[in-house]
Design a binder for this molecule. Structure first.
Ligand SMILES: *[C@@H]1O[C@H](CO)[C@@H](O)[C@H](O)[C@H]1NC(C)=O
Ligand SMILES: *[C@@H]1O[C@H](CO)[C@@H](O)[C@H](O)[C@H]1NC(C)=O
Ligand SMILES: *[C@@H]1O[C@H](CO)[C@@H](O)[C@H](O)[C@H]1NC(C)=O
Ligand SMILES: *[C@@H]1O[C@H](CO)[C@@H](O)[C@H](O)[C@H]1NC(C)=O
Ligand SMILES: *[C@@H]1O[C@H](CO)[C@@H](O)[C@H](O)[C@H]1NC(C)=O
Length: 473
């Protein structure tokens, strides 16, 4: 009986709320006709609605808190940006003074060495302060990311259960927060890792927690197959754009482009290309580079490319590539494309190699294969693979929650290493994973969700000296 009352009320109130719009007002609707009993009383509706309001209010409160913390971090960024040039001058000065003393030991007396010691100590203290501040900020960003991600998923739940319009404003607030967080992280990276595009490091040493941006643009969890990301060599004016291609099977039939991250999240695409059916693809390990999509064509089985500037299609049959070998958890992933600081790559396996991965460098002008390397990694045992700075990384499933980067092959030295860099999966499966050199992030499409990861590289001087081959000017 009560259950029915709740239900009826929910129906009528939902329509009424369409006009009310915001929670502040809806909150005031305390049930004035609760005493009459014969029609659907708002009192009967309240228990579930109150619960709902509180949920949303909690999410809104967190937004205010996160925003406040972000403002503080943005303030810190400004301080860093001002302080760093001063530190650089100071250290240059000290170096000069020391050189002077070395060249003219006669002129050195106790007072001057004492003063140098003090200045060195001061510079050291400043560097230490900056370092701990930097580490602090990185940790703050990571925890804010986690908070935002979990609040966004609560919002998605609320959106599914209740009227979407009610959640819309809060959703927009969170998109603003995500943009601000991106901005904060970008500035942080520019100050402390001004090395996007540089390969002066000795490989990946850490992968962040999964950053879950959103469910796919079809708002449909059945679209489990697909990929998303950014162009790895964007045309001028398209640097902030994102792309997404998803489907209910491993087919590639279309692709959408979004002006920026916000439009991706709001599902406002700027371009939607339907591919010609004779050029449909399979597998999902595709990349977009120079406004062209590189993918596996179904028939004939080949590697293909569609240039969205000229709308021209092209393909190359690789006779030795086999359709027998796919990645461990997803079918049809025979060609896996990748792009990094050094260009465009593809991996596949063949009968000749007994299912072991072959890595090939693609010549972007001719769309031909320039060079190939055989690895010792058996493709069906691998979850996915990607390239960073001319190094192939292969991933395997470690346990029910974790994946592990377990293998690297350096095309410069032709050497392979077994490593162990674990990272958390977002959901039980994913079909595509790729690195993007423009932001040094990993992009994953996991069970219909856009997921990405930050990467940390080994920048120790020793590591860089140990691997001179990785230095790319
Ligand atoms: C609704 O109830 C709250 C708390 O019980 C009260 O503060 C508020 O004034 C009421 N609003 C109306 C419109 O009756
Ligand atoms: C650097 O040295 C010059 C003279 O040697 C001095 O005038 C200047 O104040 C110094 N700057 C700093 C930041 O210590
Ligand atoms: C020590 O050297 C500095 C310059 O290098 C000079 O200004 C100062 O007078 C010297 N002090 C003594 C005690 O010689
Ligand atoms: C795409 O086509 C345009 C126009 O013909 C050309 O300038 C561009 O180089 C092509 N891009 C790629 C990646 O092939
Ligand atoms: C970074 O590289 C150095 C030098 O090769 C090595 O000793 C160190 O273990 C590496 N760090 C990690 C976390 O792998």
């Amino acid at each position: 009986m009560i259950g029915i009352l709740y239900f009826l009320c929910l129906l009528s109130s939902t329509t009424a709320w369409g006009h009310v719009g915001r929670w502040g007002e809806a909150n005031q609707r305390n049930g004035t006709d609760g005493g009459t009993g014969d029609k659907c009383s708002c009192k009967a509706f309240l228990p579930s609605s109150t619960f709902h309001i509180q949920d949303l209010e909690a999410v809104e409160e967190v937004a205010v808190e996160v925003n406040h913390k972000l403002e503080l971090e943005l303030g810190k960024m400004e301080t860093y940006e001002n302080k760093i040039p001063a530190y650089v001058v100071k250290i240059a000065n000290l170096t000069m003074e020391i050189e002077k003393m070395e060249n003219d030991p006669e002129a050195v007396n106790e007072t001057s060495t004492e003063s140098m010691k003090i200045q060195i100590k001061q510079a050291e203290a400043l560097v230490v302060e900056l370092q701990s501040s930097v580490q602090g900020s990185a940790a703050v960003f990571e925890s804010l990311r986690e908070t935002v991600t979990s609040q966004m998923s609560t919002l998605t739940q609320l959106e599914k259960k209740y009227d979407k319009n009610l959640v819309l404003q809060t959703h927009r607030d969170y998109i603003q927060i995500q943009l601000k967080l991106d901005e904060c992280e970008r500035r942080h990276r520019e100050i402390f890792h001004p090395n996007i595009g540089s390969c002066a490091h000795a490989g990946i040493i850490r992968v962040s927690q999964p950053i879950v941006s959103q469910i796919n643009a079809h708002l449909n969890a059945a679209y489990k197959f697909g990929a998303w990301g950014k162009d790895s060599k964007p045309l001028h004016g398209r640097e902030s754009m994102y792309w997404y291609s998803g489907y209910t099977s491993a087919a590639i039939t279309d692709i959408r482009f979004y002006n920026n991250y916000k439009d991706l999240i709001l599902r406002n695409h700027i371009q939607h290309h339907n591919m010609q059916s004779s050029w449909y693809g399979t597998g999902n390990n595709v990349v977009v580079r120079g406004n062209a999509l590189y993918y596996q064509r179904s028939s004939p089985f080949s590697m293909a490319k569609v240039n969205f500037t000229s709308m021209k299609y092209d393909y190359r049959i690789i006779p030795q590539a086999s359709t027998k070998f796919s990645y461990a958890h997803s079918p049809n992933q025979n060609f896996d494309f990748a792009a990094d600081e050094t260009g465009l790559w593809v991996t596949y396996a063949s009968d000749e190699t007994g299912g072991r991965l072959v890595l090939a460098k693609i010549n972007e002008l001719s769309f031909g294969i320039e060079k190939e390397w055989q690895t010792s990694v058996y493709k069906p045992g691998v979850s996915n693979a990607f390239m960073v700075c001319g190094v192939l990384y292969a991933i395997r499933t470690a346990d029910i929650q974790m994946e592990e980067i377990f293998y690297m092959f350096d095309t410069k030295t032709q050497r392979e290493h077994f490593i162990s860099v674990p990272f958390e999966r977002f959901q039980e499966s994913y079909v595509s994973l790729d690195y993007n050199p423009t932001d040094q992030k990993l992009y994953m499409y996991s069970n219909g969700y856009y997921v990405n990861y930050h990467l940390w590289f080994n920048y120790t001087t020793k590591a860089i000296e140990d691997t001179p081959a990785l230095r790319i000017e």
